[in-house]
Design a protein around this ligand. Structure first.
Ligand code: SF4
Ligand code: SF4
Ligand code: SF4
Length: 589
């Protein structure tokens, strides 16, 4: 029996795979049916009714929701009749009647699914059904983001991603009917819940209801202050996402143009977090080998992802000792900048403004954690997202696409391919393996031996085992916190005997972080965004000569001139930290 189903769309014959929904089949026929609440594999509730079409299965045409309705043999589908367009318009006008329509000042204007849909459908009089409206206070309680329910359309995409993808569930629908709104249990501010600041809810929101807290004005003011040295670092994944803010294809590596843009924005030094990703490998790898040799707590689990660290503190506080004590690369960078580099340049750390560009919203929480002030002042002053950088570049009138390719400044802009691939799930693990295998065997790794392909790819959980000089190293990699839970339950129960575990809070790792450019559902539902962005990093790594963190000459100089050796007392004071057990605060029941 054929696996294809024959259908008619708008009078034309097509075939689509069995099991497809009308939405999927239409897409294969190059017809985009508009959606609002639908998110593939996450939120298929057919609730918003924007995707309605007419379908006939032999009993006359009926109106159905294309996102959930399966195709059947001989089905006739009409996606564009006057009645369907009118129905979608009416639905949208009703949504807009209780919407705070302030597009001129909205962070999502030009990238808002609601706004785009209103334009596409030709909404003529947006206030047609205006009547009583809700008026919600904006929730600014969390360190990383705010919620403006006046712009929420109750699609519940945020609720689904928090519950299903992240396994957290700190948000849901409160009240009923006209009073329904998305919030936390007992109307707690988000900052009072056990939200982990991952920002995945922001990435799926079709409107301006959810957004990161924006620090761009503060940074522009600091750059204009001649008494300040404003130094910027960029995380690996930013170069794989930033181009999307300027209409470039997903997965375009814009490293050189990004550096050029940062110089034109006026930063005094343009450095790369990859430098401290390399440093992390030396510190974390040394810590791992110490634990293995001296019977320390295993598995050791990475601590680069602040969303994951916060999750561990709330949901697995009994496993805190498994976390590496290394600060994240962002924080290590700020610490090295305000100690070693400040001393080298004769700068007072108090005069340095340390800015990081991150694919992540949890970094905004992380920079305010205790014990992140190696020089007696905060390691990081402002952590901003890829999106915020895109806005700064726009605001400055910089024509990004036409910029030349420029290089990072020395020495904190020198990095290896191992540091670069930190941005993809499995990247930290691969970088650590490139270090640990050399360290334990004393043999130099080169060529294909540098590729640990078992830990690559976007699957949520990956496991591998390596025999290194007779020592069995069992590793696991998880991304997305619902996947992390699967690993952590085994670690907690003692069922798993891993040596080293990498966990990233965001599915696919930082390339898909909560601060990356927002990809509308119409693209996201049909494109493997995280693989395309990860490929940009792996391709760059493969083309580099310097591919191992331990070979980074600037990191070697940092140890020679300042930190002595990996794991030294001084390195611990500057580059390591501690964690706290936190409560779970989320329940809706
Ligand atoms: S959420 Fe969209 S439609 Fe609403 S104000 Fe913002 S840009 Fe306009
Ligand atoms: S930031 Fe993450 S944990 Fe917090 S509400 Fe959003 S999805 Fe849930
Ligand atoms: S906050 Fe955004 S994602 Fe959540 S229900 Fe409202 S519109 Fe949808």
């Amino acid at each position: 029996m054929s696996d294809m189903i024959n259908i008619k769309i708008n009078g034309m014959d097509f075939a689509a795979p069995k099991g497809s929904t009308i939405l999927e089949a239409a897409r294969l026929a190059n017809i985009t049916i508009p959606t609002l609440c639908f998110l593939k594999e996450i939120n298929a509730i057919g609730a918003c009714r924007i995707c309605v079409v007419e379908a006939n299965e032999g009993r006359g045409f009926r109106t159905v929701a294309a996102c959930v309705y399966p195709i059947t043999e001989g089905m006739e589908i009409r996606t564009n009749t006057p009645a369907i367009i009118e129905s979608r318009k009416k639905t949208l006008e009703l949504i807009l009647s209780n919407h705070d329509r302030k597009c001129l000042s909205c962070v999502r204007s030009k990238n808002c699914e609601l706004q785009a849909l209103a334009n596409d459908l030709g909404i003529e009089f947006e206030g047609k059904y205006d009547g009583e409206t809700q008026n919600y206070d904006i929730d600014y309680s969390a360190a990383h983001m705010y919620r403006d329910n006046n712009k929420c359309i109750l699609c519940r995409r945020c609720v689904a991603v928090c519950e299903k993808t992240q396994g957290i569930g700190v948000i849901g629908a409160n009240e009923r009917g006209f009073k329904t709104h998305i919030s936390s249990a007992f109307e707690m501010g988000l900052g009072d819940t056990s939200c982990v600041s991952c920002g995945q809810c922001i990435n799926v929101c079709p409107t301006g209801a959810l957004s990161e807290k924006d620090f761009t004005s503060e940074i522009i003011a600091a750059i204009a202050d001649p008494s300040k040295k404003v130094v910027v670092q960029t995380a690996p994944s930013v170069r794989a996402g930033l181009g999307e803010c300027f209409g470039m294809p997903i997965g375009t590596n814009v490293e050189g143009k990004m550096v050029a843009a940062l110089r034109r924005l006026g930063f005094d030094c343009v450095f790369d977090t990859n430098f401290t990703a390399d440093l992390t490998i030396l510190e974390e790898g040394t810590e791992l080998i110490e634990r293995v040799k001296n019977g320390g707590k295993l598995p050791m689990i990475t601590s680069c992802s602040p969303g994951w660290v916060k999750y561990c503190e709330h949901y697995y506080p009994d496993c805190i000792d498994n976390l590496s004590s290394c600060k994240s690369p962002q924080q290590m960078f700020g610490a090295v900048l305000k100690t070693y580099y400040a001393e080298k340049m004769g700068w007072d750390p108090k005069d340095i403004v340390s800015v990081s560009i991150m694919p992540c919203t949890a970094k905004k929480f992380e920079m305010g954690r205790d014990d992140q002030n190696a020089a007696g002042v905060a390691d990081i002053d402002y952590a901003i997202t890829t999106r915020e950088l895109g806005r700064m570049i726009d605001r400055a009138g910089i024509n990004f696409a036409d910029l030349p390719e420029e290089k990072f400044d020395d020495p904190l802009g020198i990095f290896s391919g191992a540091g670069l691939i930190f941005g993809a799930t499995g990247g930290v693990m691969e970088a650590a393996l490139r270090f640990a295998v050399e360290e334990l065997t004393g043999e130099k790794l080169n060529g294909e031996k540098l590729d640990f392909k078992e830990v690559r790819g976007t699957e949520g959980v990956k496991e591998a085992s390596y025999n290194v000089n007779g020592l069995e190293i069992k590793v696991a990699v998880a991304s997305g916190l619902a996947n992390a839970k699967k690993i952590m339950d085994k670690v907690r129960s003692g069922e798993a005997d891993y040596t080293f575990v990498e966990i990233m809070a965001c599915p696919g790792g930082c390339v898909n972080g909560g601060g990356q450019p927002i990809v509308p559902a119409s693209v996201r539902n049909f494109t493997d965004v995280r693989s395309l962005r990860a490929k940009a990093l792996y391709d760059q790594d493969a083309a580099m000569e310097l591919r191992k963190s331990q070979d980074n000459p600037a990191v070697k100089a940092l140890y020679d001139e300042y930190l002595e050796k990996p794991g030294s007392h001084k390195a611990h004071e500057i580059l390591h930290t501690s964690y706290v057990a936190r409560k779970i605060n989320k329940d809706f029941d």
